[in-house]
Ligand binder design. Structure first.
Ligand code: ATP
Length: 455
């Protein structure tokens, strides 16, 4: 993490808090270290990210299916996966203040806080432990999953038998994962409870390299399609010494976060490690009968593993902008319409009847299709700014003339251009604009209303 971007993390944190995207967890009790709560806008953003991922990796593909495995799994899972032994960081503890540090994070040989002497490094497992059932004894220990992937591996045969999928095919799932991280921080970048979106793509050995490259490309393009600037993304291949115990090859998709380049998604070639491990640990066959060669094989696995929270942070950072606006600064989020928490805001110029009635009818109609907000407080200029700041792509303004000509204006967030369209054309027009049609492509009866800042 070296280079700096222009977006300041403080500004993102402050906007998220001010506008209800993200709050510290259990804030009234002083917060809980590195846990976060997604507020009314944050939950929409997150849902939209997950929905866009699900659509791209499952809904629009023939070779993928979904899964939702439970968070608590048989403890043998974690023995077989190597997490009980290998999923640990080497930690040193300060003999004076007892703070713990990841030894590979430290530059000097003393405690960075108090300068005290440090212990020898010790292994510290990152999995959260809990007990299943009423008796708290070692036989009842279970773990909160540190990744969603294992739920897919242990269900490989179930999915194969019930879907009749043939290689190559993949299983995807998203859900919560928990890691008792030692060093946390940078807002939602590294937390102890987070959400993952993981794909396990099963392929014939020998075709793994090709599929690995395919998924790296596919996943990178997904972020670009959803609006992240290509220059803020990079691929970073892991060196041999850095590879996880299960990986033959791994590339990270890094984003240029405010604190520098850091991993947003990892794509790994896991070979046959997981299926071999689980087959041997469970005694159940996890192989695949290849109809062409009439052989039983163990598929290789390509794993694109993304974090919902890290991508949410990247989408927010990339969308954040400040623009001079007359004498003020206009803060806006250029979020892709697919991700924007609110798609349209309906703004009546007055609270008086019958104007309010008409505006509410329009609101009721539009919200059947999208998340729409209704705002009738303060001047229309202020209301536009409020919507800009949360990334609402379009504002629909209902004015007194609307009562006569049965038309309303649509204002575009990014250009501030406006068009005026018949109310009967409003829904289809917004639908087209949300899919990316130019604002000035007009529906029947529509006209260009205002251009840019003079709005
Ligand atoms: P890091 O090196 O940053 O700890 P990792 O390589 O351990 O990450 P993976 O195990 O590859 O991460 O997990 C896949 C994805 O899950 C990551 O790319 C990231 O988006 C997300 N992720 C992992 N750990 C966290 C965390 N503590 N908080 C938020 N997201 C996380």
């Amino acid at each position: 993490m070296t280079e700096q971007t222009k977006v300041d993390m403080e500004k993102i944190v402050s906007l998220c808090r001010r506008r209800g995207f993200i709050f510290p967890s259990s804030e009234i009790y002083g917060g809980l270290s590195s846990c976060w709560d997604y507020g009314p806008l944050g939950v929409e953003l997150k849902r939209n990210i997950k929905q866009a991922w699900w659509q791209a990796v499952i809904q629009e593909r023939d070779d993928m299916v979904g899964l939702d495995a439970s968070i608590l799994m048989h403890p043998q899972t974690w023995e077989a996966s190597g997490h009980l032994k290998g999923f640990a960081d080497a930690l040193v503890e300060c003999k004076n203040c007892h703070l713990r540090w990841r030894s590979d994070d430290l530059e000097g040989s003393n405690c960075p806080t108090c300068g005290g002497e440090l212990t020898e490094p010790r292994q510290f497992n990152l999995m959260f432990k809990t007990f299943m059932g009423p008796i708290e004894e070692s036989a009842n220990v279970v773990y909160l999953r540190p990744e969603t992937a294992q739920g897919i591996f242990v269900n490989f045969q179930n999915v194969l038998n019930t879907t009749r999928k043939r290689l190559p095919f993949g299983i995807a799932q998203m859900g919560k994962a928990f890691r008792n991280e030692i060093t946390t921080g940078n807002f939602i970048f590294r937390s102890r409870e987070f959400e993952q979106m993981e794909i396990e793509f099963f392929v014939k050995p020998g075709t793994d390299k090709e599929w690995f490259n395919y998924w790296v490309e596919e996943r990178l393009n997904w972020y670009v399609k959803l609006g992240i600037r290509r220059e803020n993304l990079r691929l970073r291949q892991h060196g041999k010494e850095e590879l996880a115990h299960y990986a033959r090859e791994c590339s990270d998709i890094d984003y240029l976060f405010p604190m520098g380049w850091a991993e947003m998604e990892g794509i790994a070639n896991r070979g046959d490690f997981d299926l071999v491990q689980h087959a041997s640990s469970s005694g159940k066959s996890l192989d695949y009968f290849d109809n062409e060669t009439k052989e039983h094989i163990i598929p290789y696995i390509i794993e694109p593993s993304a974090g919902v929270d890290r991508s949410a942070l990247a989408f927010l950072c990339d969308a954040y902008a400040e623009e001079p606006d007359k004498k003020e600064i206009r803060v806006l989020l250029h979020l892709h319409p697919t991700l924007a928490p609110i798609k349209v805001a309906v703004l009546p110029l007055s609270r008086r009847e019958p104007l309010a009635k008409l505006a509410k009818e329009i609101y009721a109609d539009l919200r059947q299709g999208w998340m729409v907000s209704y705002d009738d407080a303060q001047s229309v200029g202020r209301r536009y700014r409020r919507q800009d700041e949360i990334g609402t792509p379009f504002c629909v303004t209902v004015d007194f003339q609307s009562l006569e000509d049965e038309q309303v204006t649509i204002r575009d967030r990014d250009t501030m251009n406006q068009i005026r369209v018949p109310i009967t054309e409003l829904k289809t027009t917004l639908q087209a604009k949300l899919k990316g049609e130019e604002l000035f492509v007009l529906p029947p009866g529509g006209k260009i209303w205002k251009e840019g800042q003079n709005a």
